[in-house]
Design a protein around this ligand. Structure first.
Ligand SMILES: C[S@@+](CC[C@H](N)C(=O)[O-])C[C@H]1O[C@@H](n2cnc3c(N)ncnc32)[C@H](O)[C@@H]1O
Length: 229
């Protein structure tokens, strides 16, 4: 959205993030964008799921909030590392322009192969599935969470919305329900949030919910899963 102002900001681990004036929010933790994403979504999400199912070769990931593409990038790298075929669906209501995405400039922070991968991710077409690598197929969709119904079952769900302080409406039960409904048995839901109301909403939707170690600067976060049948 060209008319929404964003500013760059360097986080504590040296990796950049953006600040969006409309919501008065940073896209990532000021304590470290990459560290946060790696901890919350990779370690507590995808790695946790993969450790439960070491022999499974395919995984369907859903991300609420594509944002700068950082979670997508880290997941694409992990997919290659694990030799796991990841089908990644992500939604974003306010896509950053290609120029804004380039200006976030993870490039100064990333090694050469990651730079190429990041460009492929941000240049991938919207609304269609695109094989970015042999192990990472990406579908980016421009849509409001409130209007979205998942197209495929979800094994790992990254809930990476702006905080409830600025967007309380997307932390309510009715927003989680259509996503959680598609979470496969054994499927994992992760978010950086730890709020009691979010935990209760997920419990009411049938998930087993835990508070686990949070990323740097945050004591706890939510990790939940759908029990096996
Ligand atoms: C915390 S940021 C996501 C960061 C992102 N995962 C990344 O790796 O850079 C939250 C994102 O949710 C998007 N968003 C806000 N409201 C939304 C809504 N109602 N539906 C879909 N996306 C929304 C914002 O534009 C923003 O990109």
């Amino acid at each position: 959205m060209k008319n929404i102002k964003k500013k760059q900001f360097q986080t504590a681990d040296g990796s950049p993030t953006l600040y969006m004036e409309k919501f008065d929010e940073y896209y990532h933790s000021k304590h470290g964008a990459v560290q946060e994403a790696e901890h919350v979504y990779l370690k507590m999400g995808l790695d946790f799921w993969k450790n439960q199912y070491p022999n499974v070769k395919k995984c369907r990931v859903f991300e609420m909030g594509f944002g700068t593409g950082l979670n997508a990038l880290l997941t694409a790298q992990k997919a290659t590392q694990l030799q796991l075929e990841v089908n990644y669906h992500t939604i974003e209501a306010y896509p950053l322009t290609p120029l804004e995405l380039k200006e976030v400039n993870y490039n100064d922070y990333l090694e050469a192969t990651a730079k190429v991968l990041f460009d492929q991710i941000i240049e991938a077409p919207w609304e269609t599935s695109h094989a970015v690598t042999a192990h990472f197929c990406l579908k980016k969709m421009k849509i409001l969470l409130e209007d979205y119904l998942p197209e495929q079952p979800i094994d790992v769900l990254y809930y990476d919305a702006f905080g409830a302080r600025s967007q309380p409406e997307i932390w309510e039960d009715h927003c989680f329900a259509p996503l959680v409904d598609k979470l496969s048995p054994g499927g994992v839901f992760v978010t950086y949030a730890a709020k009691g109301s979010v935990r209760r909403a997920l419990q009411n939707l049938g998930l087993k919910v835990s508070l686990v170690q949070g990323p740097p600067g945050k004591r706890e976060m939510i990790q939940a899963y759908r029990p096996l049948l």
